[in-house]
Design a protein around this ligand. Structure first.
Ligand SMILES: Cc1ncc(C[n+]2csc(CCOP(=O)(O)OP(=O)(O)O)c2C)c(N)n1
Length: 378
């Protein structure tokens, strides 16, 4: 096992001090280290998605001749295939990028179902992409040897190379540093208020990570059925687009999308599509905790964004920024009466309950009962 500081020292020795990507809980402490030391010891750019991080590294290389490191969870690796096979490809521009990929769903290890397939095929995909990779060993000497080898390859071949990071290689023991967000509500509190308000034949789509886990558990604890909800697993950033697809078919039903700031930023282009199609029955709710809370609380860039105005500028018909419980209650009453698409941006604290559970029902069962709910309740 290696600490983040020891890892940084190895990267620095091989002139790798430029990092960009989307966080993964496999190296949560490393992500916090990068955020903490950005513009001091190193550069860290929190990207909107994994594809963007490759492109940032390409720009960095073109302008400085130096090699960037793109970090990601293997869930997001698929998003990099386009720039890796075009921009970086040795048959085209031949640009070296070091990938640092957290290995979720490693065969034989217990993990969430959405990680199983990518965990199994990631190495095969890298082989098909003709990107050499190494599974980083656990000892510091071995890690240094492999990073040196990677650097040599990148310089000699001017092509991408991947480091695969297993859980437990980077010490994650340092406690999570919560952002000091002085908001009244937690995500879970706000979620409960919303769910209680929409108690008719509404259709709910909840974003990936802890939001869906909290919603699932809330239904369980209240002996409510899950069929009203579509719980996203993986596919971060896709909740609003699923909502659009449904809203356009089910014009007589309200569709509530519950999103996160990280997920919204990841696929922010979806706002343009939603605004353009303008379904009046779509309500887009964003829990903005200024972080990727589900993977360890690493900051997003939401602090410098005004989602409320962005939505309106993308042709949403109504939008509000909410910071308190009383405001949330009044906006929920209002949003039921106006034509959408509408957006409610709710500022919430970071964090979740330690004993938060995970969906237990099979996803095929959940899908089938959700489809029946869509058919039955028009
Ligand atoms: C394409 C992709 N990249 C990364 C991940 C890993 N991941 C899962 S949840 C999450 C954070 C989501 O943050 P946000 O939408 O702000 O919601 P929060 O966890 O803060 O409630 C990340 C990075 C993923 N599932 N898919």
């Amino acid at each position: 096992m290696i600490t983040s500081f020891e890892l940084y020292n190895i990267f620095k020795k091989y002139e790798l001090t430029f990092f960009t990507g989307i966080p993964d809980s496999t190296f949560a402490d490393w992500m916090l280290f990068l955020a903490e030391h950005d513009e001091k010891l190193l550069t860290n750019i929190i990207a909107c998605n994994e594809c963007e991080s490759i492109a940032i590294c390409v720009g960095y290389y073109l302008a400085s001749g130096k090699i960037g490191v793109a970090y990601m969870q293997n869930a997001g690796f698929g998003k990099t295939i386009n720039p890796l096979t075009s921009l970086c490809n040795p048959e085209l521009y031949s640009i070296p990028v070091l990938l640092m990929i957290g290995w979720r769903g490693e065969p034989g290890k217990l993990d969430e179902p959405q990680h199983k397939k990518m965990g199994r095929i990631m190495n095969l995909l890298l082989k098909d992409l003709e990107i050499p990779y190494v599974i980083l060993p656990f000892d510091i000497g071995g890690i240094e040897r492999e990073i040196k080898k990677a650097k040599n390859y990148l310089e000699t071949n001017k092509a991408p190379y991947a480091l695969i990071i297993k859980k437990g290689i980077i010490n994650n023991k340092k406690s999570k540093e919560n952002l000091l967000l002085n908001y009244e509500m937690t995500r879970e509190m706000a979620l409960k208020l919303i769910i209680d308000k929409f108690d008719q034949n509404e259709i709910i789509i909840s974003t990936t990570g802890k939001t869906s886990r909290e919603l699932y558990e809330y239904r369980d604890n209240h002996n409510e059925v899950h069929r009203k909800d579509f719980y996203m697993v993986g596919s971060m950033g896709c909740a609003a687009s699923i909502g659009l697809g449904i809203a356009l078919q089910k014009k007589g039903r309200r569709v509530i999308v519950i999103d996160g700031d990280g997920a919204l930023i990841m696929q922010m282009g979806a706002l343009a599509t939603i605004g353009h199609k303008s379904p009046p029955n779509l309500i887009h709710i964003v829990f903005d905790n200024e972080s990727h809370d589900s993977t360890g609380g690493q900051p997003t860039v939401s602090k410098s964004l005004n989602f409320k105005e962005i939505a309106l500028n993308c042709n949403y018909k109504y939008s509000a920024l909410i910071k308190s419980k009383s405001q949330l209650i009044s906006e929920l009453n209002k949003v039921k009466k106006v034509d959408g698409p509408s957006m409610l941006v709710i500022k919430v604290k970071q964090g979740s309950r330690k004993d938060l559970g995970r969906p237990k029902t099979s996803f095929i069962k959940l899908k089938n009962s959700f489809i029946r709910y869509l058919e039955d309740n028009d």
